[in-house]
Design a protein around this ligand. Structure first.
Ligand code: NAD
Length: 317
């Protein structure tokens, strides 16, 4: 099939392009390289089934004839304010990618009668009052807070996706992606895992914000790619929303200790007690729906996923 991956030069997108090519699809990767990198897809350039187009989904799209499938992953995704590629630093770009960009790609899906997947996020649940979060929970987002540029634009992206399904008959699905990690996350991304691994490998202090007891659940990248592909191709997904993530919860301090152990680092773990605005205390997916309808759940253990990631960053540091 001919597949468009918008945001295909990013962390998740580049792994998705790679997997789709292995499954003998034709892949058009469209990316403006705002937070992604050509290095992520360099190895795919010699594949005659792969085409990279440098373009911005919020502007006029290049001609994309006969596209049958559209994955929309194009958006900044890092929540860390200190990162130059975070959705705080790139607030306007984030809003536009998730609203204007989603609109443009949905129009393309309508024109080409293509299947469409919107990459949403667990952040649409905000600081949730229900654990674990099920898809029918509508969340607890602060629309005035700093994180709203991402959370609310993703929520609007979901609204647009549902609108095109209801009113214009487009075949759509929404993936609410929970924290995903693995090789090719940018070093300056500063999300928790990458931050801890880089500092541990450099024997620098590992800073844990808050009291460290807040929990996170992490999904290894290959599991996420399996989930996204199943969600696109499985029956009974049209017009549906699915949580994709790992339901195994651990405290942030436990992740710090585990990464320190696996890297045999001399780093000190420093608990800062500094709170981050609207940082959720807990976030954990209920993946019952994905298990039942997609026959999907994460298979890579935390230990294996961390080791694979640490090995990758050891090589590139
Ligand atoms: P990423 O920043 O590595 O990838 C995003 C890609 O989109 C980048 O290559 C970037 O250059 C591209 N892009 C951004 N704006 C664009 C535009 N206007 N036009 C064309 N390309 C554009 O991020 P990621 O971690 O791979 O995330 C991919 C998607 O998954 C995002 O939509 C993100 O919101 C979502 N998501 C990711 C996570 C996670 O843990 N990584 C969690 C929840 C949701």
């Amino acid at each position: 099939m001919k597949i468009l991956v918008a945001g295909g030069a990013g962390f998740i997108g580049s792994h998705l392009c790679e997997r789709l090519l292995k499954e003998n699809h034709k892949v058009v990767c469209l990316d403006n390289l705002l937070t992604g990198s050509f290095n992520n897809i360099r190895q795919l350039q010699n594949n005659s089934n792969f085409l990279f187009i440098k373009a911005d989904i919020t502007k006029k799209l290049p001609p994309l004839p006969n596209i049958e499938i559209i994955f929309h992953l194009a958006s900044p995704a890092s929540p860390n304010e200190n990162s130059p590629i975070s959705y705080h630093s790139l607030a306007e770009e984030t809003i536009k990618a998730n609203i204007d960009g989603t609109w443009k790609l949905l129009e393309l899906a309508k024109k080409e009668k293509a299947r469409f997947l919107f990459a949403s996020t667990s952040e649409i649940y905000g600081n949730p009052l229900i654990h674990p979060q099920q898809e029918d929970y509508s969340g607890n987002v602060n629309p005035l807070g700093k994180r709203a540029v991402y959370d609310e634009s993703k929520r609007m992206g979901e609204t647009l996706t549902c609108y095109y399904h209801r009113k214009k008959g487009v075949n759509v699905r929404i993936a609410r992606i929970f924290n995903t990690y693995g090789p090719r996350m940018r070093i300056d991304d500063q999300r928790m895992v990458i931050n801890f691994i880089i500092n541990a490998l450099k024997n620098k202090p590992i800073h844990v914000y808050g009291n460290g007891k807040q929990t996170r659940s992490l999904c290894y990248i290959s599991d996420m790619i399996d989930g996204l592909i199943k969600l696109m191709f499985a029956p009974k997904t049209n017009g549906e929303v699915f949580n994709l993530g790992n339901p195994v919860e651990k405290s942030v301090i436990d992740y710090a200790r585990l990464i320190k152990k696996f890297t045999q680092s001399k780093s000190k773990i420093i608990i800062t007690h500094q709170l981050i605005e609207d940082d959720p205390e807990r976030r954990c997916p209920d993946i019952t729906k994905a298990k039942e309808i997609l026959n999907w759940w994460p298979k890579i253990s935390l230990e294996k996923g961390l080791q694979l990631s640490i090995n990758y960053y050891k090589k590139i540091l």
